[in-house]
Design a protein around this ligand. Structure first.
Ligand SMILES: NC(=O)c1ccc[n+]([C@@H]2O[C@H](COP(=O)([O-])OP(=O)(O)OC[C@H]3O[C@@H](n4cnc5c(N)ncnc54)[C@H](O)[C@@H]3O)[C@@H](O)[C@H]2O)c1
Length: 484
């Protein structure tokens, strides 16, 4: 967020910080260093941390300008909403040459992406059948898969077996069997398989995981986690009559009709409903940040609002996971609902010394960390630039409502910002990581095995709702073929 850019805001914020500090030195908890000196130093350090993150992001572009990047031939398989978002992000990554676009909706999505890529100078051919594309385009080195979930396993395995590296969107597969076979295919072929949990490459998430949680242990012992993805009611997706796909083609590719083709997420056997579609991103972060996979899941869900004739999966899901983390037991709550978008999406990790509130969104809750009053001072981490100085709260309208606070109420914890902003499209760093790995310059941030662990946790939620029971995971459930 521009507003969190230390460069722009440092001067006025420092002045405000000094004024408030005189009155609120307890809140600030900064007793050892003269306040302004520390703040000025801390802002410089934060800028250094931010600049390092920004430089890491532009480094490949600079390398390309210097002619130092090996060209990679790419195909897109699935040119719908997400395929287009990924294509846009890939346009910003140097050294990619698009060769083919495969999509069964020839008159709409396929044409649109082919035309866009041609405008940018790529010589691309369009295909309906991925097998024909693989036969006729031997130069392709990497395939980006953004088809509906129930196609992922077949598409990814075929591409891997044809010798291509694969970036496959989440959910890895709509079935565990499919996901397992994808892991095996990646192992057998030795080709790369990155799963599209893009937060794993987001510099803010990496900073929080590596620096704030692991190195500084700012939260202390994490005992509870809370997260949500709330979405407002939205009309079903439609399609202009003149672009309707012939019924024979729909049937051939597993869709009952155009409505199901457009709204596949809501149908059993095709997608997994909102908990899989949305929840998979955030539940993946739960396991990553907690450093362990869940041991149990308890869930409640239902189709409370939408039309069952066109929505088979649950529109409302509330779930609790149990974890046994390296530091001890933890419980994590998650909800997704599609009838009210209030407060959008975020994850909150609560430890005995602090709370991290984070989101992929650069607009809402991008990153705040709250120090519990009983935690040791965080001065050193402010000085290192890992977190901002405490944010001075807005002045309350004291007495305006005549309310009297109970004396036993906990004091509000200090809020610090996480000083990392992603200025590229959200998916770009994860794609960049994939292509860096293709070029032998990085390891994948979300390889097949990690995507599989996430799929095991997420797909079990629907099972728990159906069973109306608390279900257990065994550690071996998260592994394919007995290896970690
Ligand atoms: N990482 C993220 O943030 C994110 C966001 C949205 C969607 N996704 C994922 O991306 C994937 C696609 O989602 P979407 O929203 O773009 O869906 P979509 O329905 O908009 O697009 C799917 C495209 O695939 C094409 N298609 C369907 N079956 C095909 C087949 N057998 N062969 C070739 N083309 C086929 C369709 O014609 C359509 O153009 C899903 O797995 C979804 O979960 C990820």
């Amino acid at each position: 967020m521009a507003g969190e850019d230390g460069k722009d805001k440092a001067a006025p914020a420092a002045a405000e910080g000094q004024r408030k500090l005189d009155r609120r030195d307890v809140l600030m908890g900064l007793s050892t260093v003269p306040a302004l000196g520390l703040f000025g130093y801390a802002w410089r350090k934060q800028n250094q941390v931010k600049q390092a993150a920004a430089q890491a992001a532009v480094a490949p572009r600079e390398a390309a300008a210097a002619g130092d990047v090996k060209e990679v031939n790419v195909a897109l398989l699935g040119a719908g909403a997400q395929g287009q978002v990924l294509t846009e992000a890939m346009q910003r990554i140097p050294g990619l040459r698009f060769r083919a676009v495969c999509d069964i909706w020839t008159e709409y999505n396929q044409r649109r992406v082919v035309n866009t890529l041609k405008r940018y100078g790529h010589e691309v051919n369009g295909y309906v059948d991925y097998r024909e594309m693989l036969d006729k385009e031997p130069a392709i080195e990497a395939v980006i898969i953004a088809t509906p979930d129930f196609w992922h396993a077949e598409h990814a395995i075929a591409c891997l077996k044809a010798g291509k590296h694969v970036y496959c969107e989440k959910e890895m597969s709509n079935t565990l069997e499919g996901a397992r076979n994808m892991v095996l295919a990646a192992r057998e072929t030795g080709k790369l398989l990155q799963i599209g949990h893009q937060r794993r490459s987001n510099p803010r998430y990496i900073h929080c995981h590596d620096k704030l949680l692991r190195e500084a242990n700012l939260l202390g012992r994490i005992v509870t986690v809370n997260g949500q993805w709330n979405r407002a009611v939205a009309a079903d997706l439609g399609a202009p009559e003149r672009y309707a796909i012939p019924q024979a083609t729909l049937t051939q590719f597993g869709f009952k009709d155009m409505h199901q083709f457009r709204n596949w997420r809501w149908y059993k056997g095709l997608g997994g409903g909102p908990i899989v579609d949305l929840g998979s991103h955030q539940l993946d972060i739960y396991s990553w940040f907690l450093g362990s996979n869940p041991t149990h899941v308890t869930a409640s869900g239902g189709l409370l609002y939408h039309d069952p004739a066109t929505h088979e999966w649950y529109d409302t899901v509330m779930v609790i996971f149990d974890y046994m983390t390296p530091a001890g037991p933890a419980k994590a709550y998650y909800q997704t609902q599609t009838t009210n978008g209030s407060q959008g999406y975020f994850e909150t990790f609560m430890g005995d010394q602090g709370t991290l509130l984070i989101s992929e969104s650069e607009l809402n809750n991008p990153g705040s960390i709250y120090r519990d009053p009983n935690a040791p001072a965080w001065d050193a981490w402010i000085q290192k630039g890992y977190i901002s100085a405490p944010v001075v709260p807005e002045e309350k309208e004291e007495g305006a409502s005549g309310a009297i606070a109970d004396v036993r109420e906990s004091a509000a914890p200090d809020r610090h910002k996480v000083p990392i902003t992603l200025t590229d499209p959200y998916h770009q760093p994860h794609l960049q990581n994939f292509f860096d790995a293709v070029r032998g310059k990085a390891t994948l941030n979300c390889p097949a095995e990690v995507g599989y662990e996430s799929a095991v946790a997420v797909l079990k939620v629907n099972e728990a709702i159906e069973a109306n029971a608390r279900l257990a995971f065994r550690p071996e459930d998260f592994r394919v073929g007995g290896t970690a």
